[in-house]
Design a protein around this ligand. Structure first.
Ligand SMILES: C[S@@+](CC[C@H](N)C(=O)[O-])C[C@H]1O[C@@H](n2cnc3c(N)ncnc32)[C@H](O)[C@@H]1O
Length: 229
């Protein structure tokens, strides 16, 4: 598989993102109020942090408010680059994770690449955390996004991925007073998509999650711990 995935021409055309970042800009801090007890994400972050040698470089894709993951990883002694489409979420992340070991950049995850010109050139990482971010893409883009993330990992690098289990493709759903478009898979299909992108799945957990807000339905969250194959 090409290491310079971003330069390849077979990635699907990017769908219109209008409304996705704007919704999260407006949601802001109420995101963490609606999703307070992130047991699964905390456990996944702990597992990832513990598997890495001290001082590892970690990419947090769709980092949101920086809580809990970017903070957790910096507190464990790693350096973190958090990227997100929403300027509002990034403002919160910079306040929530003021550590010099954390940097936050406004980027579409599809613009990430190892090298080249511009802010999307981010180098390679020992690990990637990607919690509930790929679900913001249409299904058509998810396999190529995973291959892109793979290309950003050093050989043997780790990916901690979470998704909500749902058979959806770019479906408009009400979310905390806004409308966002989300995609998902049932777990067998998710495993296949992840393996097809060049990852080995080392560990998996699922959690039933009831958000604090009644504006978001209960969900099943899937956490996959993967290694670049
Ligand atoms: C459901 S939130 C998850 C936030 C955080 N990872 C967490 O688990 O708490 C999804 C995040 O992905 C961001 N996002 C959506 N589409 C994105 C894209 N194409 N590139 C980068 N970030 C994106 C949103 O702005 C939002 O902050």
């Amino acid at each position: 598989m090409s290491e310079d995935y971003a330069a390849r021409s077979d990635a699907p055309a990017r769908r219109d993102r209008t409304g996705q970042a704007e919704a999260f800009d407006a949601i802001g801090a109420s995101y963490d109020v609606a999703f307070p007890h992130k047991d699964g994400q905390l456990a996944a972050g702990r597992r990832l942090a513990g598997e890495l040698p001290p001082g590892s470089r970690v990419l947090d894709v769709g980092c949101g408010t920086g809580l809990p993951t970017a903070r957790q990883l910096t507190e464990a002694g790693h350096t973190v680059l958090g990227v997100d489409l929403s300027a509002g979420m990034l403002d919160l992340a910079r306040v929530n994770v003021p550590s010099p070991a954390a940097e936050f950049r406004r980027l579409d995850l599809a613009d990430l690449r190892v090298s080249g010109e511009g802010p999307g050139a981010v180098g390679q990482f020992d690990a990637i955390a990607c919690f509930f971010a790929l679900l913001m893409l249409p299904r058509e883009e998810i396999p190529s996004a995973l291959r892109l993330l793979r290309s950003l990992l050093r050989p043997g690098g780790l990916l901690a991925l979470s998704m909500v289990e749902a058979d959806l493709d770019d479906a408009a759903i009400p979310f905390l007073g806004h409308v966002i478009r989300v995609s998902g898979y049932l777990r067998d299909e998710l495993r296949q998509v992840v393996r097809d992108a060049g990852f080995d799945i080392a560990h998996e957990e699922s959690y039933a999650y009831a958000p604090a807000s009644t504006y978001v339905p209960p969900e099943h969250q899937l956490f996959l711990h993967c290694r670049r194959g």
